[in-house]
Design a protein around this ligand. Structure first.
Ligand SMILES: [Zn+2]
Length: 273
């Protein structure tokens, strides 16, 4: 049985509910679980290098210099709490970029520990379930941060593993995995690490080949973390129907494939242990 974990990133206090529903709907309507990597307390003035606001910020709060907890988005929180197929993953704290440094690329592990605990509290304050999986913004986590994540979470999901960001004790295993090209899931002391094949569903990819690329990848892996960003389907406020159709095509494939199961991070960690 091949496993697939569907992960949608960046849900936050400014996210319109219909943005999320349009992207997760094709999956949950078919009984397939989706894991929402939610930003606990979003900074509403995050700007990219070219000065544009982050694509996941929208509405009247976008651009204001403040942080807003996820509990402020009652429509989204109520929807997530009422939809048993949606899981909650902790995605950073505010997703802030300071200078050119991403939020969890922070060497001071004391600070990272505080931010992790604050993020967990924000999710719990919104009456969301306690997340057992962490995703660092921009897939960037310092070595000290990794140790703090390992103390608090059962799973860590990221794009790739960098030797310099992992404890020295894990380097031999990383080397072994690279030599054996076995890099998707890695169970180590106290935590299961999941890598993903990049954003195969990115809006930068040609729409005509997106579904076949994803399906080919899933068919060749024991476990695939499939990452999407709902806001990429709503650029300029209008739905990208062509790309939403791709999600529906993938959902249909997953539903019909008898040798593929869509699962949570907890479930995958248990099954692959
Ligand atoms: Zn993100």
């Amino acid at each position: 049985m091949r496993l697939v974990i569907l992960r949608d990133d960046d849900a936050n206090a400014t996210t319109p509910l219909h943005w999320i529903q349009a992207c997760v709907g094709p999956f949950v309507d078919r009984g397939l679980p989706v894991q929402l990597a939610m930003i606990p307390e979003v900074a509403t003035d995050i700007r990219l290098a070219d000065g544009r606001l982050e694509g996941f910020l929208t509405g009247p709060m976008a651009g204001l210099r403040r942080v807003v907890p996820i509990s402020a988005n009652t429509a989204l929180v109520d929807y997530v709490r009422g939809q048993r197929l949606l899981g909650v993953v902790q995605h950073g704290l505010s997703h802030r970029i300071v200078g050119n440094r991403f939020e969890f690329d922070e060497a001071d592990s004391g600070k990272v520990a505080q931010w992790l605990d604050r993020g967990t509290r924000c999710l719990l304050d919104a009456s969301l379930p306690k997340a057992t999986t962490f995703v660092a913004p921009q897939d960037t986590l310092s070595r000290g941060g990794f140790t703090e994540v390992r103390r608090r979470f059962r799973q860590y999901s990221t794009g790739w593993f960098e030797r310099s960001r992992l404890p020295v004790a894990l380097w031999p295993k990383l080397l072994w995995m690279r030599v054996n090209e076995a890099t998707a899931v890695w169970k180590t002391e106290g935590i299961t690490l999941f890598s993903h094949p990049g954003c195969l569903l990115s809006y930068n990819k040609p729409v005509n080949s997106m579904a076949s690329t994803v399906i080919d990848h899933i068919r060749n892996q024991v476990c695939t973390v499939l990452v999407l960003h709902h806001w990429e389907y709503w650029l300029n406020g209008f739905p990208d129907e062509l790309r939403l159709d791709v999600l529906a095509e993938i959902a249909e494939f997953l539903e019909k494939s008898r040798d593929i199961e869509v699962v949570t991070f907890d479930c995958a960690a248990e099954r692959l242990g």
